[in-house]
Design a protein around this ligand. Sequence first.
Ligand SMILES: Cc1cc2nc3c(=O)[nH]c(=O)nc-3n(C[C@H](O)[C@H](O)[C@H](O)COP(=O)(O)OP(=O)(O)OC[C@H]3O[C@@H](n4cnc5c(N)ncnc54)[C@H](O)[C@@H]3O)c2cc1C
Length: 507
Amino acid sequence: MSGPAAGAAGAAAAAAGDIPAAGDIPALAARLRATLTDGQVLTDRQQLRTFECDGLAHYKVVPALVVFPHSADECATVVRECVAAGVPYVARGSGTGLSGGALPHADGVLIVTSQMRAIRSVSPQDERAVVEPGVINLDVSRAAKPHGYYYAPDPSSQQVCSIGGNVAENSGGAHCLKYGFTTNHVTGAQVVTPDGELVRLGGPAPDPPGYDLLGAFVGSEGTLGIATEVTLRLLRLPETVRTLLAAFAGTDEAGAAVSAIIGAGVVPAAIEMMDALAIEAAEAAVHCGYPEGAGAVLIVELDGPGPEVEAQFGHVERYCRDNGAFEIRIAADDTERALFWKGRKSAFAAVGRISPDYIVQDGVIPRTALPRVLRRIGEISRERGVRVANVFHAGDGNLHPLVLFDDAVEGQAEQAEEVSSEILALCIEQGGSITGEHGVGMDKAKFMPQMFTAADLDTMQLLRCAFDPRGLANPGKVFPTPRLCGEVPGRRKGAHPLQEAGLAEVF
Ligand SMILES: Cc1cc2nc3c(=O)[nH]c(=O)nc-3n(C[C@H](O)[C@H](O)[C@H](O)COP(=O)(O)OP(=O)(O)OC[C@H]3O[C@@H](n4cnc5c(N)ncnc54)[C@H](O)[C@@H]3O)c2cc1C
């Protein structure tokens, strides 16, 4: 870490009045109002309610305060004031997260970065862009395009989600199969640490010496600090892009085609799969015109130098046909490519057309287990009488089962929750994970002990406590609660097993 603490704004806050008593929200609000402008601090309950949930809308908590910093210094000031008042705080970008990561704390401050949206620089010579955390993902590629560059990680929410949220979740997207997740595209960040210091992790150059603190920060879900500036890697726009849509009788055949493509050493930019129920939803919502009678479709996209793409595209077509594709469409131009993607990218929201409520899951399995696991999900769905639509990043084995229910019907929500848990247990059993890209947040914290031993979780807590000994940064997320010092204000009580063994210290 390097960099001076933010000075002036902090001094101004200190001059604004006595430090409030622990948890005194009105006093904290008054101090923040004295430092920031009036419109940057929300206290009106109706306005606060607008922020009561993120994309996981069935969990709702109204925050005590909402604050919109305009700069890194202001963000650091807000954090320092929260620390001084012993008040927990939660960072929020665009609030599209699907694991309840930005769910507010009822007695805490929600720090929203939506007014920090400057793209500071786009530098094709260095293949870097430097942006504020509230910048929308797609806007980075829009800004880079005139220079012949783009930003590769492309969550389906890319028209609205923020770079800060992407960094915190280590977000993925359709094209992360070939290009890697957010962590592979962030070389540096300016961060407000949980005690309110402004520091820099990494920089424009790759791989600085020393511990990879930036690596620890990416994916830390707002528990290790708040990103206030991010340096992103830009990639050259590919010379050629070719996309096909292949229709299969079912997911077994489509899954076999995925294994054949990857097994042959072809690495497409993206391989996405949708099953019959997901196709039905997408058709109802956006009329994407996928082949009739398809029990599953694959969208396969290849990009790169023209001759290489052409050669590999022929192989991909053949692997699809060999594994039972009954129709293959090849996008003739950008308009047709956009139509193929429209069905996939709108699939989550489209499910609202066929079910009033649904849970989006995010399990990961080894790719070769796809047919087996999809078959088992089908069995669970039939046994429980709960519909499950599947739309997912097939190349990564990153499943997104959408478990459908009607909250108005008593017992259905609980049943859907049980099915959803059973699917995650299945992913773990197959050697996979409870999350591929949406994060643990609040929603999956309870599953962490199924994946990790108590010693593993304790060790993770040591890292969290090294950054945030007071446990004020996004408490209640990632780890099952209450757990050690990360979840309660104050230092952890009693020694960690690694401390007892003389292998670690808490400072
Ligand atoms: C329709 C839909 C499709 C989606 N598709 C994908 C997909 O393909 N791939 C994917 O990975 N995700 C996807 N998501 C999930 C979501 O969009 C991503 O997790 C995204 O990165 C969240 O960004 P956000 O700005 O909305 O963050 P928020 O929801 O506001 O916050 C998410 C987490 O980041 C933390 N955070 C926010 N800003 C900062 C900051 N500046 N510093 C530190 N922590 C911060 C919050 O505390 C919270 O823990 C999808 C969501 C929806 C609704």
